[in-house]
Ligand binder design. Structure first.
Ligand SMILES: NC(=O)c1ccc[n+]([C@@H]2O[C@H](COP(=O)([O-])OP(=O)(O)OC[C@H]3O[C@@H](n4cnc5c(N)ncnc54)[C@H](OP(=O)(O)O)[C@@H]3O)[C@@H](O)[C@H]2O)c1
Length: 132
Protein backbone atom coordinates (compact mmCIF):
# COMPACT_ATOMS: atom_id res chain seq x y z
CA UNK A 1 0.00 0.00 0.00
CA UNK A 2 2.82 2.43 0.85
CA UNK A 3 4.41 1.84 -2.55
CA UNK A 4 1.05 2.39 -4.25
CA UNK A 5 0.57 5.65 -2.30
CA UNK A 6 4.05 6.84 -3.33
CA UNK A 7 3.27 6.01 -6.94
CA UNK A 8 0.05 8.02 -6.87
CA UNK A 9 1.83 10.97 -5.21
CA UNK A 10 4.67 10.93 -7.73
CA UNK A 11 2.18 10.90 -10.58
CA UNK A 12 0.06 13.57 -8.88
CA UNK A 13 -3.13 11.62 -9.39
CA UNK A 14 -5.70 9.57 -7.48
CA UNK A 15 -6.63 7.63 -10.59
CA UNK A 16 -4.72 5.04 -12.61
CA UNK A 17 -6.44 2.75 -15.09
CA UNK A 18 -5.07 -0.26 -16.95
CA UNK A 19 -5.26 -0.47 -20.74
CA UNK A 20 -3.76 -2.87 -23.23
CA UNK A 21 -1.18 -0.68 -24.97
CA UNK A 22 1.85 -1.50 -27.05
CA UNK A 23 3.15 -0.87 -30.57
CA UNK A 24 0.69 -3.34 -32.05
CA UNK A 25 -2.27 -2.10 -29.98
CA UNK A 26 -2.53 1.65 -30.41
CA UNK A 27 -6.31 1.93 -30.46
CA UNK A 28 -6.51 3.95 -27.22
CA UNK A 29 -4.44 6.80 -28.71
CA UNK A 30 -7.33 8.27 -30.67
CA UNK A 31 -9.76 9.10 -27.90
CA UNK A 32 -9.07 7.27 -24.64
CA UNK A 33 -5.59 8.68 -23.97
CA UNK A 34 -6.72 12.28 -24.60
CA UNK A 35 -9.74 11.64 -22.35
CA UNK A 36 -7.43 10.35 -19.58
CA UNK A 37 -5.26 13.45 -19.93
CA UNK A 38 -8.26 15.74 -19.67
CA UNK A 39 -9.63 13.95 -16.59
CA UNK A 40 -6.44 13.42 -14.58
CA UNK A 41 -6.37 9.66 -15.11
CA UNK A 42 -2.90 8.15 -15.54
CA UNK A 43 -2.98 5.26 -18.00
CA UNK A 44 -1.07 2.10 -17.12
CA UNK A 45 -0.03 0.18 -20.24
CA UNK A 46 -0.33 -3.55 -19.65
CA UNK A 47 1.25 -6.22 -21.85
CA UNK A 48 3.66 -3.61 -23.28
CA UNK A 49 5.59 -6.42 -25.02
CA UNK A 50 2.36 -7.97 -26.38
CA UNK A 51 3.22 -10.94 -24.13
CA UNK A 52 6.44 -11.41 -26.08
CA UNK A 53 4.75 -11.69 -29.47
CA UNK A 54 5.99 -8.48 -31.13
CA UNK A 55 8.31 -8.96 -34.12
CA UNK A 56 11.72 -8.36 -32.51
CA UNK A 57 13.46 -8.06 -35.89
CA UNK A 58 12.16 -5.65 -38.54
CA UNK A 59 11.47 -2.11 -37.39
CA UNK A 60 12.07 -2.89 -33.72
CA UNK A 61 15.43 -4.46 -34.54
CA UNK A 62 16.37 -1.46 -36.69
CA UNK A 63 15.27 0.98 -33.98
CA UNK A 64 17.22 -0.96 -31.35
CA UNK A 65 20.41 -0.78 -33.42
CA UNK A 66 19.88 2.95 -33.96
CA UNK A 67 19.67 3.73 -30.23
CA UNK A 68 22.08 1.07 -28.91
CA UNK A 69 19.40 -0.80 -26.98
CA UNK A 70 17.55 -4.10 -27.25
CA UNK A 71 14.29 -4.43 -29.20
CA UNK A 72 12.38 -5.07 -25.98
CA UNK A 73 13.85 -1.96 -24.37
CA UNK A 74 12.71 0.01 -27.41
CA UNK A 75 9.20 -1.43 -27.16
CA UNK A 76 9.02 -0.47 -23.46
CA UNK A 77 10.54 2.99 -23.99
CA UNK A 78 7.99 3.55 -26.73
CA UNK A 79 5.10 3.04 -24.28
CA UNK A 80 6.84 5.46 -21.89
CA UNK A 81 7.39 8.21 -24.48
CA UNK A 82 4.16 9.93 -23.42
CA UNK A 83 4.40 12.46 -20.58
CA UNK A 84 2.23 10.75 -17.94
CA UNK A 85 1.98 7.02 -18.42
CA UNK A 86 3.01 3.91 -16.51
CA UNK A 87 4.06 0.70 -18.23
CA UNK A 88 3.69 -2.66 -16.50
CA UNK A 89 5.82 -5.41 -17.96
CA UNK A 90 5.98 -8.88 -16.44
CA UNK A 91 9.12 -11.00 -16.18
CA UNK A 92 10.12 -13.95 -14.04
CA UNK A 93 13.71 -13.74 -15.31
CA UNK A 94 16.21 -11.58 -13.42
CA UNK A 95 18.24 -10.74 -16.55
CA UNK A 96 15.07 -9.66 -18.30
CA UNK A 97 14.08 -7.49 -15.33
CA UNK A 98 17.49 -5.74 -15.51
CA UNK A 99 17.13 -5.31 -19.26
CA UNK A 100 13.63 -3.95 -18.91
CA UNK A 101 14.44 -1.50 -16.11
CA UNK A 102 17.10 0.14 -18.30
CA UNK A 103 14.30 1.16 -20.68
CA UNK A 104 13.22 3.74 -18.10
CA UNK A 105 16.09 6.02 -19.13
CA UNK A 106 15.90 5.30 -22.86
CA UNK A 107 14.67 8.22 -24.94
CA UNK A 108 13.67 7.53 -28.53
CA UNK A 109 14.62 10.29 -30.99
CA UNK A 110 12.08 11.50 -33.55
CA UNK A 111 13.55 9.55 -36.51
CA UNK A 112 13.24 6.34 -34.52
CA UNK A 113 9.68 7.19 -33.47
CA UNK A 114 8.93 7.85 -37.15
CA UNK A 115 10.35 4.48 -38.14
CA UNK A 116 8.14 2.77 -35.54
CA UNK A 117 5.09 4.82 -36.61
CA UNK A 118 5.50 3.61 -40.17
CA UNK A 119 5.74 -0.04 -39.07
CA UNK A 120 3.01 0.26 -36.42
CA UNK A 121 0.67 3.06 -37.54
CA UNK A 122 -1.45 5.01 -35.09
CA UNK A 123 -5.22 4.52 -35.56
CA UNK A 124 -7.03 6.99 -37.80
CA UNK A 125 -10.52 5.79 -36.84
CA UNK A 126 -12.08 4.59 -33.58
CA UNK A 127 -11.04 1.10 -32.54
CA UNK A 128 -13.00 -1.08 -30.07
CA UNK A 129 -11.20 -1.38 -26.73
CA UNK A 130 -8.94 -4.40 -26.96
CA UNK A 131 -7.99 -6.69 -24.09
CA UNK A 132 -5.88 -9.76 -23.40
N1 LIG B 1 -5.59 -5.77 -16.08
C1 LIG B 1 -5.59 -6.60 -17.09
O1 LIG B 1 -6.61 -6.77 -17.71
C2 LIG B 1 -4.32 -7.25 -17.47
C3 LIG B 1 -4.35 -8.08 -18.56
C4 LIG B 1 -3.19 -8.67 -18.94
C5 LIG B 1 -2.01 -8.45 -18.23
N2 LIG B 1 -2.02 -7.64 -17.15
C6 LIG B 1 -0.78 -7.45 -16.39
O2 LIG B 1 0.19 -6.79 -17.17
C7 LIG B 1 1.48 -7.28 -16.82
C8 LIG B 1 2.29 -7.54 -18.05
O3 LIG B 1 1.53 -8.09 -19.08
P1 LIG B 1 1.77 -9.53 -19.72
O4 LIG B 1 2.48 -10.43 -18.81
O5 LIG B 1 0.44 -9.93 -20.24
O6 LIG B 1 2.68 -9.22 -21.02
P2 LIG B 1 4.10 -8.54 -21.27
O7 LIG B 1 4.63 -7.90 -20.05
O8 LIG B 1 3.96 -7.75 -22.52
O9 LIG B 1 5.00 -9.82 -21.64
C9 LIG B 1 5.42 -10.74 -20.69
C10 LIG B 1 6.25 -11.78 -21.43
O10 LIG B 1 7.43 -11.17 -21.97
C11 LIG B 1 8.57 -11.87 -21.52
N3 LIG B 1 9.63 -10.88 -21.29
C12 LIG B 1 9.59 -9.81 -20.47
N4 LIG B 1 10.74 -9.12 -20.54
C13 LIG B 1 11.52 -9.79 -21.43
C14 LIG B 1 12.84 -9.59 -21.92
N5 LIG B 1 13.59 -8.54 -21.52
N6 LIG B 1 13.35 -10.47 -22.81
C15 LIG B 1 12.62 -11.54 -23.22
N7 LIG B 1 11.36 -11.78 -22.81
C16 LIG B 1 10.82 -10.92 -21.91
C17 LIG B 1 8.17 -12.58 -20.26
O11 LIG B 1 8.93 -13.75 -20.12
P3 LIG B 1 10.00 -13.93 -18.91
O12 LIG B 1 9.22 -14.08 -17.66
O13 LIG B 1 10.75 -15.15 -19.33
O14 LIG B 1 10.86 -12.70 -18.90
C18 LIG B 1 6.71 -12.91 -20.54
O15 LIG B 1 6.63 -14.11 -21.30
C19 LIG B 1 1.28 -8.52 -15.97
O16 LIG B 1 1.69 -8.19 -14.67
C20 LIG B 1 -0.21 -8.79 -16.02
O17 LIG B 1 -0.73 -9.22 -14.79
C21 LIG B 1 -3.15 -7.04 -16.77
Amino acid sequence: MAAAERCLQRLRTDYIDLFLYNLARRGIELDLLPWCGAHGVVPMAYSPLEQGRLDWGGALGEAATAVGATPRQVALAWTLRLPRIVSVVKSANEDHVQENSAALSLRLPDPVLGLLDRAYPAPNAPVPLESL
